[in-house]
Every structure is written in structure tokens, then in C-alpha cells.
Design a protein around this ligand. Structure first.
Ligand SMILES: *Cc1c(COP(=O)(O)O)cnc(C)c1O
Length: 283
């Protein structure tokens, strides 16, 4: 039977019972992470766990485990489910309490859950690229927190889905921020551009790996916002996330990006990313 973590125990996933008074359910009052697993090994787990604790700090939620204990719990979950390639989803909410917007008492224990999902890598998307649409970014001003409140992202992604596109590229006014569930990059004349890390975007762990890959292939990086118009003029556009990895964007709205094929720098970044995964498996 498939297992999940429910607070500090491993239980059968079919035995899970959650309270209707959970603040995650009623307010989206919590945070989450998605960690990729390649060949049974967690990729950049430490970085994801660090970000989870940062998100928790920002919403004033105290996680009742040390980072090391949490890491071990996730490791045991992967083992128990014999997960090969896929991901771990984990979330933590401010716990169960009668509905009231203000925080519950300090004695309320957060609710922690984690489960695994077997999933093939999206190699066709990597090879051929995907389409995207522009969508106005209507989210709140703390997009740096990986919060369970995803309504803005959900509405953006649904628009993309209805347009038969893979991702929604969000923009505030003319400035591109990020995708509904990914970070966005443009490459022009041998320079990579991407929105700087601030409250308008989520600091992607895959984005951090992309930065390392750029260093490796000696591609200069400029962390400055760019506009919708500039995006359409880029030589290459791509997105990154834990589950999508490095995915080329070959069309935005009705505009095909250059030749309509994944660009040469994007391919180099994909190769450098692949090496990072291989390094993980050698350890
Ligand atoms: C999770 C997420 C990303 C990508 O972050 P990774 O750590 O690379 O998976 C980008 N944008 C948003 C809004 C996200 O929720």
C-alpha cells in the first residue's frame, strides 16, 4: 500500500483523515514544496527544505521538526514507496482550529503531510518546446512565499489550458514576472535575462540550478526584468521548474519565437542540467 507522511508518522494513504477545520483547507493558510526524485534520489532536497523553512518564517509558522529530521522523514517516505522517478509533494498548514482569521493559540500543532507521485520526465517538451500565453499577473505582493494560496496561479494556468498552451507567462503591466508555476527566461545576443529575486516572483530552486548551469557554459546572466515586447523579440525563451526542468517556449500568444525550435543556449543549459542530475546519481 502506498504510504504518506501525516505529521510524524508514515500511514497508508487510504487511511488519511483530515479535519474540515484545517486552516489549509479553510484559508489556504500554509506552505508547500515539490521535490523531484531521480532514480530514487532526491534532487536539491536541502535547498527545498531551506526554502520551506523560509516560507514558514515569512508566514510566522513554526515547523515542529528540525531540517535534518524532516529530510530523514522524506527519505524514508521515498524508500517506503520505492519511488524511482517522480516527485514528493509536501505541505504544512497552521493546523486545526475553529474558523477564525486570526492565528489559533500557540498550542495548535501545524498539520504536515507529504506523499509521492511516480511521474515520467517530460522529455518531449524538452525536445520540441511548448506554447505559452501572456496573462496579467493579479497575484498578491508576496509571491516569494511558496504559499498554498494559488488562486491567481490557478486562474492563469486555466487560461493557458483553455488556449491549448502549457504555461501562462504572467506580467505586471508590461513587465514579465514569472509563469503560473515556473520561472521565465529570455536569451538575446548571447545574454540570459530573467526577473530578479524579489517579492514579485518565487525564487525557484531550478532557477538557482539554471544560474549554475549558465556559469558552467559561460553564458552571461542579467537579473533584470524584461517586457512582453522584449520577450517576443528574444532569440530564445524558456521556463524552469522542479517538474518541468528546462522547457523551451517556442510560441507566445500568436508569435512564434524565431525559428520555432528550441534554441542553442537552451539546449546547452539542458545538457548542463542533465549533468547535475547525473552527479546526484553518482554520489
Ligand atoms: C514552485 C514555483 C516555481 C518554480 O520553483 P522550483 O523550485 O524551480 O520548482 C516558480 N514559480 C512559482 C509561482 C512556483 O510556485
Amino acid at each position: 500500500m502506498t504510504k504518506m507522511l501525516y505529521n510524524d508518522s508514515l500511514i497508508d494513504i487510504n487511511d488519511a483523515k483530515l479535519s474540515i477545520n484545517d486552516r489549509g483547507f479553510q484559508f489556504g493558510d500554509g506552505i508547500y514544496e515539490v521535490i523531484k526524485v531521480y532514480d530514487g534520489s532526491m534532487f536539491t532536497a536541502t535547498e527545498h527544505i531551506d526554502r520551506l523553512y523560509r516560507s514558514a518564517d515569512e508566514i510566522r509558522l513554526v515547523i515542529p521538526y528540525t531540517k535534518d529530521v524532516l529530510h530523514k522523514m522524506l527519505y524514508d517516505l521515498v524508500e517506503a514507496n520505492e519511488l524511482v522517478t517522480g516527485h514528493i509533494y509536501l505541505q504544512i498548514t497552521r493546523g486545526v482550529a475553529p474558523r477564525n482569521h486570526a492565528f489559533p493559540t500557540e498550542f495548535t500543532m501545524p498539520t504536515f503531510i507529504a506523499y509521492t507521485q511516480e511521474a515520467k520526465r517530460p522529455i518531449n517538451n524538452h525536445r520540441f518546446g511548448v506554447s505559452a500565453i501572456f496573462v496579467e499577473d493579479i497575484r498578491w505582493l508576496r509571491c516569494d512565499i511558496k504559499s498554498l494560496n494559488l488562486l491567481g496561479n490557478v486562474l492563469a494556468k486555466q487560461k493557458a489550458h483553455e488556449a491549448h498552451c502549457y504555461e501562462a507567462i504572467q506580467h505586471r503591466g508590461e513587465i514579465i514576472t514569472e509563469g503560473a508555476s515556473s520561472n521565465i527566461y529570455g536569451i538575446k545576443d548571447g545574454v540570459l535575462y530573467t526577473h530578479p529575486i524579489n517579492n514579485y516572483i518565487l525564487n525557484g530552486i531550478t532557477r538557482q540550478v539554471v544560474m549554475e548551469c549558465c556559469k558552467k557554459i559561460k553564458l552571461p546572466v542579467v537579473e533584470e526584468p524584461f517586457t512582453k515586447e522584449q520577450a517576443l523579440q528574444m532569440d530564445e525563451v524558456f521556463l524552469s521548474s522542479t517538474t518541468s526542468e528546462i522547457t523551451p517556449i517556442i510560441k507566445i500568444d500568436d508569435t512564434i519565437i524565431q525559428s520555432g525550435e528550441p534554441g542553442k543556449y537552451t539546449r546547452k543549459i539542458q545538457l548542463a542540467f542533465e549533468e547535475k542530475i547525473q552527479q546526484l546519481l553518482l554520489v
